[in-house]
Design a protein around this ligand. Structure first.
Ligand code: MSP
Length: 637
């Protein structure tokens, strides 16, 4: 077993709202990553923490509205978070609460330590305070005099308070970020923080007078004040591990990684590392930042009344279908739009069709031909390379938190297996033939590998797939290196196929919520299409091509001249896309080319093919490109 450990945290969520898709998303990512690391390092080497943030004005206000005491209210909502995670099958090692005694003790100790070291002082401060955000805003940060997040005018408050000498650590922080390029990732958030740090860093007000707010942790050196909620909350990441003396702290803190959305970048990228530095503790390893789920282009938020409830979706479509959708749909670091229609489309295409059909087909044939039992036969190496490539790709993608890419790589393996079956057509062959048996053994073996690779992402589905194949080993004891075992290990295998149930039922489009699609009548297709036969479609030779260089064509506003590479061949293609894609944006792009279009002359240049792009009603044009890297010359089917 490796000595390497892995510690991953989510934000601790405010208890002024019940869990929505945004909270569920971060927690699902963390759960997936923790499961993946458990496969890689062993279950004991991984610690996954989530929890709730329960102090501060916001909570007092929400409790008052609910007619409850802050503690009773926090207990209740925190309970709803815990129950939601359990019902979604999420398995953190600990659920931390900031109103727990160990956390309060740790916060007081941390404060005292920094106070004793001289990094906390008493002073007066006047500023624009937003009660929603629980923080002061500088003039510059306000937008039209309003809080940029809540769109309300802040109150001007002047009071005496305690301050943390954050500014003192500005140079150290800049240097640390520069020296560790992946301290904050993806890079755009690192750049954002570095650009923020170009301005002088002010000290941080870390107290609130008890006269105004009692719902907080008292400062150990002055009980007329309670701790500012962010200073309190961030410390959860170490209090939960038993800092300062806890064994878990010793083992896991050196491997700490935080996962957040971009809304709370500053407290995590600026306050927290400087707080740790002042307390003499090493910083975390990585801050991983994802984008927002939006609904019709707007960030989901309770105050705007636009929230998606994760449990409703999981109940309607199944936990794994919901997990698959959110993990596959959002590119880590970018925003994504949520729609139930898109969820149903993914469920039908990727889960019911590609994966579900493959699984049922293989298992049913093994049942029909061999009464459910099949042993290794001589020739099973056909999908070995594709499997190894998938394992390598998934491992590399997960290192970067690229969940969607990891799933795309697994789906490449699913497609390769489907293609392998279509090529060999075991359903048309004689079951007694050794070749037929080898094909089905290989397919079953690859299904086992697919199930193992999928297990961090879709734990229930993976378990069902393995059960269907008759694999008895519990998933937690298997390392990722075993996904594709040596031929010797494989030789010991015998598949005993169990009763085959479909993995994912197809969802009829009408079963989904009408939402935006409801505007059209379901019976009438939106765009009347002339139909063509598959033979007619096959006459098109569509290819992936790589753009080697691009140049403007003198005298033409729209045309751009491209030199593109197919497999071993280069061609000149003229595209009317210059206004959307200027010449300097093309080099290196992999595009889709109609390769057998009759050559035509445009502005005196012979164009050998046509570039495919999509255009919407507003005239916006985007290029069609392969969604994962693939060799130029590959045929589009
Ligand atoms: N309590 C603080 C965090 C303290 S951590 C020491 C807080 N809580 S929160 O309840 O507002 O949660 C914010 C987090 O919820 C985001 O960083 C993200 O993880 C998740 N999300 C909330 N809305 C989201 C979206 N619309 N999209 C994606 N994630 C979102 O801030």
């Amino acid at each position: 077993m490796s000595d390497e450990t892995f510690y991953l945290t989510t934000p601790i969520y405010y208890v002024n709202a019940t869990p929505h898709l945004g909270h569920a998303y971060t927690t699902i990512l963390a759960d997936t990553m923790a499961r993946f690391q458990k496969l890689r390092l062993g279950p004991e080497q991984v610690y996954f923490l989530t929890g709730t943030d329960e102090h501060g004005d916001k909570i007092v206000q929400a409790a008052a509205q609910a007619g409850e005491s802050p503690q009773a209210y926090a207990d209740r909502i925190s309970g709803i978070f815990q129950e939601t995670w359990t019902r979604l099958g999420l398995a953190p090692n600990q659920f931390v609460r900031t109103t727990s005694e160990p956390h309060k003790r740790a916060v007081q100790r941390f404060l005292q330590q920094i106070y004793d070291a001289g990094d906390i002082y008493f002073g007066e401060y006047g500023g624009h305070y937003c009660f929603g955000c629980e923080r002061f805003y500088t003039e510059k940060e306000l937008e039209d005099g309003q809080c940029p997040d809540h769109r309300t005018a802040p109150a001007f408050i002047k009071e005496q308070n305690y301050f943390f000498r954050m500014g003192k650590y500005q140079d150290w922080l800049i240097d640390h970020i520069r020296r560790h390029p992946d301290f904050i990732r993806p890079e755009r958030f690192r750049n954002e923080v570095l650009s923020f740090l170009k301005e002088p860093l002010e000290d941080l007000c870390i107290s609130r007078p008890s006269a105004r707010l009692t719902w907080g942790i008292p400062l150990p050196f002055d009980n007329r004040y309670v701790t500012y909620v962010w200073f309190d909350a961030l410390i959860n990441y170490i209090s939960a591990l038993g800092w300062p003396d806890g064994e878990a702290f010793r083992r896991f803190w050196p491997a700490a990684q935080h996962l957040i959305a971009k809304d709370i970048l500053k407290p995590h990228a600026v306050y927290w590392p400087t707080m740790l530095k002042a307390a003499g503790l090493p910083p975390y390893r990585h801050l991983n930042v994802h984008g927002y789920w939006k609904i019709e282009e707007v960030k989901m938020s309770k105050s705007r009344g636009s929230v998606v409830r994760p449990l409703e979706l999981a109940d309607k479509y199944g936990i794994d279908a919901f997990r698959y959708f959110v993990l596959r749909e959002m590119t880590f670091g970018l925003d994504a739009d949520f729609s139930e229609d898109a969820l149903v489309a993914r469920l039908n295409a990727d889960l019911a069709n590609d994966l579900g059909n493959l699984y049922s087909r293989v298992l049913k044939l093994i049942q029909r031909y061999y009464d459910g039992r099949i042993t290794q036969s001589s020739d099973n190496g056909h999908l070995a390379d594709a499997t190894r490539a998938a394992v390598a790709y998934v491992t590399a993608a997960m290192e970067r938190f690229a969940f969607s890419e990891a799933l795309a790589a697994i789906w490449n393996l699913v497609s390769a297996t489907n293609k392998y079956l279509v090529t060999h057509e075991p359903w048309k062959q004689d079951p007694g033939d050794a070749r037929t048996k080898a094909v089905l053994f290989t397919a079953a073996e690859t299904l086992r590998a697919i199930a193992m690779l999928l297990s961090p992402f879709l734990p229930k589905t993976a378990e069902r797939m393995l059960q269907g194949l008759g694999v008895a080993e519990p998933m937690t004891s298997i390392c990722i290196e075993d996904v594709y075992p040596s031929p010797v290990q494989m030789g010991l295998r015998e598949w005993r196929v169990q009763e085959v149930q479909p993995l994912f039922p197809r969802i009829q489009a009408t079963a989904a919520k009408p939402s935006r699609a409801g505007k059209e009548s379901a019976a009438v297709p939106e765009i009347p299409l002339e139909q063509i036969t598959i033979e007619e479609f096959r006459r098109l030779d569509l290819r992936v091509a790589e753009v080697v260089e691009a140049a403007a064509i003198p005298g033409s506003k729209k045309l751009v001249k491209l030199r593109v590479r197919l497999k071993d061949e280069e061609r000149i293609v003229v595209a009317g896309l210059k206004e959307h894609y200027p010449p300097e944006s093309w080099a290196g792009k992999r595009i889709i080319l109609v390769a057998n279009l009759k050559p035509t002359s445009l502005m005196g240049i012979t164009s050998q093919g046509m570039v495919l792009a999509a255009e919407d009603d507003a005239g916006r044009i985007v290029l069609l490109m392969p969604e994962a890297p693939i060799t130029p010359g590959s045929k589009v089917r």
